[in-house]
Design a binder for this molecule. Structure first.
Ligand code: FE2
Ligand code: FE2
Length: 266
């Protein structure tokens, strides 16, 4: 089976390109499932119910999130009510949302999806390693294809999560840095791995934000708004395509799908 995993979708430009790209990819790549990290989908931070519905309509079957999960309070009801969107599983147990989702792919396979937060250069959270163990123990036994989004800053943490879960899940895919890495590979135990999938967002930007605004913040040391770089003439689309052997649930291959789209009417 073939699963597309899309890196952090950033703001309106990112959402527009998700809309434009998915139908063709589903058809041409014969995709069984599309998963996207949407923690930056609403104005660069968080996600709203309307955007959740918009992404699902565009063909996203499951949504993972990250450190910006709760930035928009409106999403709480969706996190509680919908079954195909997950909060990071190593947040406190009292936090709103589900730790894992099970979605049915177009080939009939049920796929477990969850995400975890890294701890280096990020806000304190529970151990992602132990949270991964808890989720794997909780997932229904017949859900044998499992996909993990590890939302972390440190490349070494990402690699370690790949090795920790190698052979126990079908894919460990990184997000959060918004910078795609060139190390997509199948680990010895059969787990597809990439340190960071990248993002779907403005190319002329600093990780999706307006360059001048970021520069001002760092030059002045003062808090400034960081708008999504909506004037960027192009949007980068970064994703990985994971091919999984349905008999063994091991990954056969993982490859990057990286494109650049021109924005119409800008
Ligand atoms: Fe992000
Ligand atoms: Fe993030």
């Amino acid at each position: 089976m073939r699963i597309l995993f899309i890196g952090d979708v950033v703001g309106k430009p990112g959402r527009e390109i998700v809309h434009r790209a998915i139908p063709g990819l589903v058809r041409d790549e014969r995709l069984d499932l599309v998963v996207a990290n949407a923690e930056n989908a609403a104005g660069g931070s968080g996600i709203t119910p309307a955007i959740y519905r918009e992404l699902v309509k565009a063909g996203v079957d499951a949504i993972t999130l990250g450190d910006h999960v709760y930035r928009r309070r409106e999403i709480y009801s969706v996190l509680e009510g919908e079954t195909n969107i997950v909060k990071p599983a190593n947040l406190p147990p009292e936090s709103v949302g589900r730790n894992w989702a099970v979605v049915t792919a177009r080939n009939g396979e049920r796929v477990g999806v969850f995400c975890l937060l890294g701890r280096l250069f990020m806000k304190p959270v529970d151990s992602p390693w132990h949270a991964a163990d808890r989720v794997l123990a909780e997932l229904p036994g017949d859900v044998r294809v499992r996909l993990v989004d590890f939302h972390a800053e440190a490349t070494s943490d990402m690699q370690l999560m790949g090795r920790y879960l190698d052979g126990r899940v079908s894919a460990v895919l990184g997000t959060h840095t918004h910078v795609p890495t060139a190390d997509a590979q199948v680990l010895p135990g059969g787990t597809a791995y990439v340190t960071d999938a990248g993002m779907v967002g403005p190319a002329e930007s600093i990780i999706g934000n307006e360059i001048d605004a970021v520069l001002q913040r760092f030059l002045t040391g003062m808090p400034t708004r960081l708008p999504v770089a909506e004037r960027s003439p192009t949007v980068q689309f970064n994703a990985v395509l994971v091919d999984i052997d349905e008999a063994t649930r091991r990954a056969r291959s993982i490859c990057r799908i990286d494109r650049e789209y021109e924005i119409d009417g800008v």
